[in-house]
Ligand binder design. Structure first.
Ligand SMILES: [Zn+2]
Ligand SMILES: [Zn+2]
Length: 374
């Protein structure tokens, strides 16, 4: 069940609801589309039910996504959905439990009343926790672990003080008595919380046309000037794209990230020919493959892990068959919902999954290190 966020339309002020992974907000009242930009991660608050109290917001980190594990002869995966308390304070709930599902969240805004505690938990820490969550299914040693996130966000739980007693501002239940002789919260206060969500009109930076996309799209397209734009660092950055023409009218076009990469270790995969040889594919290496840089084809949309792995592997192996045609507008495009940054996480797993006789290769390959990617 997705978490729901309530916000006001920046154009007309009407209350609109969106899911936590939605990036494109189309107001049902005035019809205006806006794209949400959030810096490193989205931040939400759970609204308090303690009117008149001075609220203290306590941070939690949340990760929802797939963890892939590369073991001896197989790739395993698990869906992980966890929240962790972001401050070293005892007596506070360690997890948010069902609260975010039971109520509508709001975005953190810089004009929000109350004070905010700084999170000492970082993105890497929550990924470590997600990894620890998968420890139960690791029976032997593994070579690599990858996290493909669907949601990585910070959620704030409202609390308030009465005397030296701390209360949950949603349930109004007593949580813990803090020491009366010194202020344990003061060192944790975020003195200048700068984070803010910003809304930008979905206007093509190239021609001014209205960009197309679905509510969870991370790449928007312009049907006027045939361009594609990825949300990056608070703005739309152009993404180059090609189309592999379908043989039928009315085909649905699925998006993939084509990521060029070469291994830096002794595997020595720089060209497509290297890849076919090292992974021992049943194909005869063609001469021109030696000059063809290696690229990995990773689904740019969210799909069940098993299918995600299957598509990554099959398209990467059979890429020599794809002729990329001219750009064609007005195609039936499936939305891009998996950012490039997440797709990059699955390069090593895709390579590992492509190796035909893993038992032979893995004991000698401690790492599957990658070099650059484009
Ligand atoms: Zn509106
Ligand atoms: Zn345009």
């Amino acid at each position: 069940m997705p978490f729901i966020v309530e916000h006001e339309c920046p154009q007309c002020g009407a209350p609109v609801e969106l899911e936590e992974t939605n990036r494109l907000l189309r107001c049902p009242y005035c019809g205006v589309k806006n794209y949400l930009f959030a810096g490193d991660m989205f931040r939400f608050v759970l609204p308090d039910r303690a009117p008149g109290k001075e609220i203290i917001y306590v941070p939690y980190m949340r990760f929802k996504g797939n963890v892939f594990l590369c073991k001896n002869a197989s790739i395993d995966h698990r869906v992980v959905d966890i929240t962790r308390l972001g401050v070293p304070l005892s007596g506070i709930p360690l997890s948010l439990g069902f609260r975010p599902q039971a109520m509508k969240m709001k975005f953190v805004t810089h004009d929000m009343a109350g004070s905010i505690l700084s999170s000492t938990l970082k993105s890497d820490d929550i990924l470590d926790s997600a990894g620890a969550h998968t420890a139960a299914f690791v029976s032997k040693k593994f070579f690599h672990r990858a996290y493909i996130g669907e949601a990585l966000s910070r959620i704030y739980l409202p609390l308030y003080m009465e005397g030296n007693k701390l209360f949950d501002a949603i349930t109004n239940q007593f949580l813990v008595s803090l020491p009366a002789d010194h202020d344990v919260l003061a060192p944790l206060m975020d003195k200048c919380p700068r984070w803010n969500v910003t809304f930008s009109p979905t206007i093509c930076p190239n021609c001014g046309w209205d960009l197309d996309g679905e509510k969870d799209s991370v790449v928007l397209t312009c049907s006027n000037c045939d361009s594609a734009w990825q949300a990056s660092d608070g703005r739309f950055a152009e993404v180059s794209f090609n189309v592999v023409p379908g043989s039928r009218e009315g085909s649905l076009y699925l998006p993939f990230w084509k990521i060029s990469a070469e291994t830096k270790n002794e595997m020595g995969i720089r060209s497509y020919a290297d890849f076919i040889r090292v992974t021992n594919q049943p194909k005869v290496v063609q001469k021109d493959w030696e000059n063809r840089g290696m690229s990995y084809w990773i689904p740019a949309f969210k799909i069940r892990p098993r299918i995600y792995m299957h598509l990554s592997k099959q398209l990467t192996i059979s890429q020599e068959k794809f002729e990329t045609g001219d750009r064609v507008s007005r195609l039936n495009l499936y939305p891009v919902t998996l950012p490039h940054s997440e797709a990059v996480q699955s390069l090593k797993i895709t390579l590992a999954d492509s190796i035909m006789s893993k038992e032979k290769l893995f004991p000698h390959k401690k790492t599957l290190g990658y070099g650059r990617y484009l």
